[in-house]
Design a protein around this ligand. Structure first.
Ligand code: ADP
Length: 548
């Protein structure tokens, strides 16, 4: 008979993170640039109290354990209070991406059966329009104070969040329940078909919060001041609101103010040391800082992920501003963290350019996630840095099933079941550094060979005249598909198609060089700020390659 450990066991509940922060980092600030325009200062003690009041308020509205509470909101203290108030009390926090089309929002809120919808003032016109279509929603809550409530609105019985909280005493004990209970739901963007819900549990969220804070992951310390640019509706701001409580760091929340100037002022004013976001947000901030000859005085590290970080952007942050860039990969189905690019001791003695190449990869897994690359028959491929295959993962914070779908999305690796197929194509080197070559649906299949659209975009982004670049597959009668480069130029510069194409010479094999360039004024982005390749392909579907 096995000898059992004699250790205490307590469920890993999200409420315990908040209780810890309240007790041990009570005075640590949570600063929010609000929709109302003010800079609001709070701390973990106050946010913990208001989260308990929120839990009481949701119960008073009739919410029962397991009920979903939807949010359409920016990063701000009220959103944090809803995160903890819902999950902590056994409700399920459902963050909805407000940048989706109204029909998609209606579909998602209906699929999740949201019972309450909390939203920022920015989204009042949107919610007024869709409210009659939100059949499951019984209460609409505007996340503001009494003074900012609209005099008139089409929404019947619109409730005021601050009023709801003020009516409660906060004398509330967080309930104990099974750590595998659902805590929150986030829908994938659904580039094909309807969005799918990833249902996180308390256990998965707390374990992810631990892992994310580790030095070789996001390296979060109580001495840090962290500004998540990544929205709280994009995979829970990559778990930062949870790691924040776990570690007790100061949290700076930018609300809707995401332009370069506003962000820069907040970074400087609040002495931000660390940030996280998708590559496109740094385009705006870097542009502003460059154009105005500014420097950062406290900003030291940033995680960039959600899409491949162009090496040129990484270099500019590192060399021009002394900011360490941690390239990270993950997805909604992974809560989201999978890998981060942090060098090992041995790698730190490699020549600088070899180190740089490693940093440009998506990196190593954190403990808690396991990965493999497989061929189309489910056979695992070697970790040689060359063989590329379908990337699969498993781990404590990887989904096993989608919401309301009993079919298993999992696949087998060498006959062993239980792996989640990410839809990404990658290589892994002998040190376990993973590099995404493409999403399987974005890879360019040219005459039986695969061309990485990411590699081609990264080269274009290094050209001084290029503001943003995307590479998509264009139909070709002989090769099936050939790469087409789509470029947004920087303002006030001229560059020709030929100049851009010759820029590829010596940087990549000749047969991989794009066949053509299209200049556009704007590249479409998804609701999470990534290049929307499907739409771009559709926009350019009639483009005839000169080689065709
Ligand atoms: P969606 O983009 O569909 O909203 P996610 O935010 O979950 O959903 O996106 C996950 C996908 O984003 C990954 O499967 C991968 O294709 C891409 N991705 C995330 N991080 C990176 C990265 N660092 N480099 C390249 N691709 C990335």
């Amino acid at each position: 008979m096995a000898l059992m450990g004699r250790m205490m066991s307590a469920p890993l509940l999200i409420s315990t993170l908040l209780t810890h922060a309240e007790r041990h980092a009570g005075e640590t600030e949570i600063v929010s640039k609000r929709v109302e325009g003010d800079l609001h200062r709070s701390n973990w003690r106050e946010v913990a109290l208001r989260s308990r009041q929120a839990a009481q308020a949701f119960a008073r509205l009739g919410c029962q354990p397991g009920d979903r509470v939807g949010t359409l909101a920016w990063n701000g203290h009220r959103h944090v209070e809803i995160y903890y108030g819902t999950s902590g009390s056994g409700l399920v926090c459902h963050t909805i991406n407000p940048r989706l089309f109204p029909e998609q929002i209606v579909w998602i809120a209906g699929d999740a059966e949201d019972r309450v919808l909390c939203f920022d003032e920015t989204f009042l016109p949107l919610v007024e329009k869709i409210a009659p279509l939100l059949k499951t929603v019984q209460h609409f809550v505007l996340m503001t104070s009494r003074a900012h409530m609209p005099a008139q609105t089409a929404i019947p019985n619109l409730l005021c969040f601050d009023d709801l909280l003020a009516a409660e005493d906060g004398d509330y004990a967080w309930p104990l329940f099974d750590e595998n209970t659902a805590s929150s739901i986030c829908y994938t963007s659904g580039t094909t078909g309807n969005p799918k819900g990833a249902v996180y549990s308390h256990r998965s969220t707390v374990l992810h919060a631990y892992a994310a804070a580790l030095p070789d992951a996001m390296d979060c310390s109580s001495r840090d001041v962290i500004l998540p640019v990544v929205p709280m509706f994009h995979v829970n701001a990559w778990g930062l609101p949870y790691s924040a409580a776990l570690v007790g760091f100061k949290l700076v929340l930018p609300g809707p103010h995401l332009d370069g100037k506003s962000l820069y002022e907040l970074f400087e004013g609040e002495k931000v040391t660390f940030s996280a976001g998708v590559p496109t947000v740094w385009l705006g901030l870097l542009n502003y800082v460059k154009a105005n000859g500014l420097k950062f005085s406290t900003f030291k590290r940033t995680v960039i992920g959600g899409a491949a970080c162009p090496p040129a952007m990484m270099k500019s942050l590192q060399q021009d501003y002394g900011i360490e860039v941690i390239h990270a990969w993950g997805m909604t189905e992974m809560s989201p963290l999978g890998t981060l690019s942090k060098l090992t001791t041995r790698q730190l003695s490699l020549p600088a350019d070899a180190q740089q190449r490693l940093l440009e990869k998506q990196g190593r897994v954190i403990y808690g996630v396991d990965m493999a690359i497989i061929d189309d028959d489910g056979r695992s491929l070697p970790w040689d840095g060359v063989s590329s295959g379908n990337l699969v993962v498993r781990g404590h914070w990887v989904i096993s099933q989608y919401f309301k779908n009993d079919a298993s999305p999992l696949v087998s690796v060498d006959g062993e079941p239980g792996w989640f197929p990410t839809g990404d194509v990658a290589t892994i080197d002998a040190d376990g550094f993973m590099q995404i070559t493409d999403r399987s649906k974005d890879v360019i299949k040219s005459g039986g060979e695969w061309i990485s659209s990411i590699d081609l975009e990264n080269i274009a982004m290094a050209h001084p005249a290029v503001f943003e670049a995307a590479v998509i597959a264009a139909r070709h009668p002989k090769w099936d598909e050939r790469p087409l480069l789509v470029v947004v130029k920087k303002p006030d510069v001229t560059v020709t198609r030929e100049e851009l194409l010759s820029f590829y010479e010596g940087r990549i094999a000749k047969w991989q060089v794009p066949d053509d360039v299209v200049f556009v004024t704007e590249i479409p982005h998804t609701a999470t700020g990534k290049i929307q390749k499907l739409k771009l392909r559709d926009q350019l579907k009639d483009h005839r390659l000169p080689t065709a």
